[in-house]
Design a protein around this ligand. Sequence first.
Ligand code: G3P
Ligand code: MG
Length: 248
Amino acid sequence: MTRIFGHRGASGYAPENTLESFALAAQQNAEGVELDVQLSRDGEVVVIHDETIDRTSDHQGRVMFHTLEELKSFNFNNHNPDYPFCAIPTLREVFELLKPTPLMINVELKTGIFPYPGIEEKVISLVEEFGMEDRIIYSSFNHYSVAKIRQVKPEAYCGMLHTDCFIDMAHYAREHQMNALHPAFWLLADQNYVSQARDYGLDINSWTINEDEYIDAALRLGINVLITNYPDRALEIRDHLIESGQIR
Ligand code: G3P
Ligand code: MG
């Protein structure tokens, strides 16, 4: 059965990549969350999507130019008046929140623009400290980053993110010992893409699937993980398809 993950939490409702958003995804019975990690100036693993804090906070500048203490004093409510103040979470705080739940966590290493040397080791040691190895999916658009995870932690579950149509993507991912492909959802329209991934024994964990018709189509394809800003809606559509015998 396709598992439903909240993209940056339940970010269709709550400010993205905040504890509030992850708690809401858990409350909506999502089976996992996806989140993005970068390093603060003082080397803390923080959860944020953009390389700058301009869009989602009330301050400006690069994430890497601010200490955790500075970042913690800013409001990351994404200008959403329903949430007067949201702090930027550290990855540790997300693990503390979600450890008692059954949720999986897809940690996306945001190393495509700034490589953040050492971030892979920091994330792995945090996962080990919490004993959450079997609940983590590592992914990145920077394939060197997931190759590094594979090298440091051979048994980790790793996937390659991509948005473009590469020739022999499944072959390439397998060559680098990946467990999964993490394609943008429009790549699923190509039947060959899906069948090649299956032939190579790769899971398909796709994003960001928000429209009902695309959620429905992805569920019928039987992808492994569906990443959406609206986990509640995806779960409702999945329940309907199962109850009506259209998927298993
Ligand atoms: O991990 C899936 C998705 O989050 C990748 O794109 O830009 O939303 O982080 P982005
Ligand atoms: Mg992401």
